[in-house]
Write a protein that binds this ligand. Structure first.
Ligand code: NAD
Length: 367
């Protein structure tokens, strides 16, 4: 059988630096675990603009549609800040999400014990935390029509529309239930059914879908209460499913429970392809970090954890994803830190490559 295929798009700034470590990890799985990937690499963002005059060429877009999963670094940077909106680096990212129809955005909030002190919350509240927020990514108030700013009675009026079809709610809900089945079989759906009709429909549709997943314990919560509960007692959750706007806010809030931006992976999933794998793109949450680009300071863990998500959600290699996450847990417990993870006690930070070295050594130890 052919190897599964991966398209790597390192992008700009620290993107290529952190992706270089992911490539070493991918090679390790090929050599040591008989899990080889057909890897191709291409340009996105400012790097693509420099070569092609667009932040994502049609050829790269076509490749992204063909592969089993896309792995992206980061895009953007000061050199591109003044470009026309239509060719800004971020447009490359948006084109990928839109044309691959990636409607379910998965943002885990996982707190490694060794980093629990980095959280703004008390250690016992976040220690061992492992939750997943599934945000509907392609509809809702960011896309609904009518929208715009117009004038009524000599007064400017700003309009956005929260609009969801039942099909849109349902397909995201199925992704969330499937995830819950692979985790602790608990799903909490969040909306504002008390004040929004779209919230009432959201609750109804999620409840209907739950009939197909009798093993999953479903609960509903108003999103404002959800925000409160996330900082009060986040460990009560396993998977959370919510809309585009609430998900934007709640996932950032949950992310900060765990400490550093350099630790946060994400996945965006779409419809299953002919081979049963979902359309998928995996990327760290952080940006291109121009302030540390080229200095060997970037933490590669968010990007490496994004590859672990690919192993789990695209390639059904949950045990190998566990192995990679355990290796990261181990090096952190042993005190390995890049600059962004240095506490007040100080010490010498590892470079990006050195962090890659110790993770590879921990992977070797796991055999
Ligand atoms: P950023 O995430 O790039 O950086 C914010 C801060 O976190 C910086 O101080 C940076 O040094 C630090 N940081 C981020 N990732 C790190 C890592 N892996 N290791 C260590 N430190 C890390 O956000 P920003 O500064 O607001 O944006 C910079 C550029 O990135 C902008 O052009 C922005 O548009 C773009 N951006 C891209 C994405 C993406 O590609 N998905 C996301 C956010 C921002």
């Amino acid at each position: 059988m052919a190897n599964p295929s991966l398209l790597i798009l390192p992008g700009d700034g620290i993107g290529p630096e952190v992706m270089a470590q992911v490539k070493r990890i991918i090679d390790w799985f090929g050599e040591k675990r008989d899990l080889a990937f057909d890897v191709s690499e291409d340009l996105v963002g400012g790097a693509a603009y420099d070569k092609h005059g667009v932040p994502l060429s049609d050829e790269t877009m076509a490749k992204a549609q063909e592969v089993d999963a896309v792995l992206l670094g980061a895009v953007g940077g000061p050199a591109y800040d003044n470009l026309d909106f239509s060719v800004k680096p971020e447009r490359g990212l948006l084109r990928l999400r839109k044309e691959m129809d990636l409607y379910a955005n998965l943002r885990p909030a996982q707190c490694f014990d060794a980093l629990a002190d980095f959280s703004s919350l008390k250690k016992d509240i976040v220690s061992g935390l492992d939750i997943m927020i599934v945000r509907e990514l392609t509809s809702g108030v960011y896309f609904g029509e009518p929208r715009g700013i117009h004038t009524e009675d000599n007064m400017r009026v700003g309009v956005n529309t929260q609009r969801y079809t039942e099909a849109e709610i349902e397909r995201g809900a199925r992704s969330a239930f499937e995830l819950a089945m692979k985790r602790n079989k608990k799903l909490c759906s969040m909306e504002k059914a008390n004040v929004m009709e779209s919230g009432i429909l959201w609750r109804d549709v999620v409840t209907e879908v739950s009939a197909d997943y009798p093993e999953v314990e479903l609960s509903h919560m108003y999103a404002d209460n959800g925000a409160m509960q996330l900082v009060r007692a986040p460990k009560q959750f396993d998977v959370i499913y919510t809309d585009n706007l609430f998900g934007d806010i709640l996932s950032d809030c949950a992310a900060m429970l765990t400490g550093s931006l350099g630790m946060l992976p994400s996945a965006s999933l779409g419809q299953p392809m002919a081979n049963g794998r979902p359309k998928a793109m995996y990327e760290p949450v952080h940006g291109s970090a121009p302030d540390i680009t080229g200095q060997g300071k970037a933490n590669p863990i968010a990007c490496i954890l994004s590859f672990a998500m690919a192993l789990r959600y695209s390639f059904d290699e949950g045990a190998e994803a566990d192995r990679l996450e355990a290796a990261i847990e181990k090096v952190l417990a042993d005190g390995a830190r890049t600059g962004d993870l240095m506490g007040p006690e100080g010490g010498t930070p590892l470079s990006t490559v050195e962090m890659g070295d110790v993770i590879l050594a921990a992977l070797d130890d796991s055999l």
